[in-house]
Design a protein around this ligand. Structure first.
Ligand code: DC
Length: 219
């Protein structure tokens, strides 16, 4: 079984998906983390040309596991869970995620996983390109002002010099890049249920989604 949550950066889909996984006792799948993992491996291999990278990538034993609200990523026995969150990876991930070869790799990886367990997954193109037959599809959104305020609050501790305007500009350009790339852009699936979280608390948005899941999937 697969429930997908797509939406723009800062819409709250990742934290919401984790909470839903815990409350429904299913697995959480973080598709962005897989793009980040590929990006990390590409950088660690000294940014080879695309052809070389996708030749050597199948030699990497990539493993993922969700526990304690964390999506762990392991490559050839190394825990790269925190490495994939680095600034350097963030700077290159849009580039790597725009390669059709990277999308094919991540999509295949996710489809294999989902055959074995029940999952809630978050991403940009899951309801459209990856799991068009998902059991249930959500599209989470919020105003740019609200998304920027949330990200700003998250980042204030790790990056005290960042301004709200900078966060908003970054979100705007990521929205642009995600929506306009050729390969599987961010897009609401026709049959996705829209959850606008503007003005809602975390608990309210989690409750709203869980109610719909229970009603539609009779869980
Ligand atoms: O969700 P995130 O910020 O960790 O995602 C990292 C990057 O991966 C983001 O720039 C968009 C990309 N991504 C994507 O292209 N398709 C997905 N299904 C998930 C993420």
């Amino acid at each position: 079984m697969i429930i997908v949550i797509d939406g723009p950066a800062g819409s709250g889909k990742s934290s919401t998906a984790r909470e839903i996984a815990d409350r429904l006792n299913i697995q959480f799948l973080d598709s962005g983390a897989l793009y980040r993992a590929l990006t990390f491996l590409w950088i660690r291999n000294n940014k080879p040309d695309k052809a070389t990278f996708f030749e050597i990538l199948p030699e990497t034993d990539l493993k993922t596991e969700y526990r304690n609200q964390t999506f762990f990523v392991n490559a050839n026995g190394d825990d790269i869970t925190s490495d994939i969150r680095s600034h350097n990876v963030a700077n290159y991930v849009s580039k790597v995620a725009s390669w059709p070869e990277a999308r094919a790799f991540v999509n295949q990886y996710m489809r294999n996983l989902v055959q074995k367990n029940a999952y809630v997954a978050d991403g940009r193109d899951l309801g459209t390109a990856v799991f068009p037959d998902a059991n249930l599809k959500f599209y989470m959104d919020a105003s740019i002002e609200e998304r920027a305020r949330r990200r700003f609050a998250e980042m204030k501790n790790s990056d005290p010099n960042v301004t709200l305007e900078e966060v908003k500009d970054n979100l705007r350009s990521r929205d642009q890049a995600d929506q306009n790339r050729k390969a599987d852009p961010l897009k609401k699936a026709n049959d996705a249920i829209v959850i606008d979280t503007t003005g809602k608390t975390f608990e309210e948005q989690v409750q709203e989604i869980i109610l719909i899941i229970k009603e539609k999937l009779k869980l």
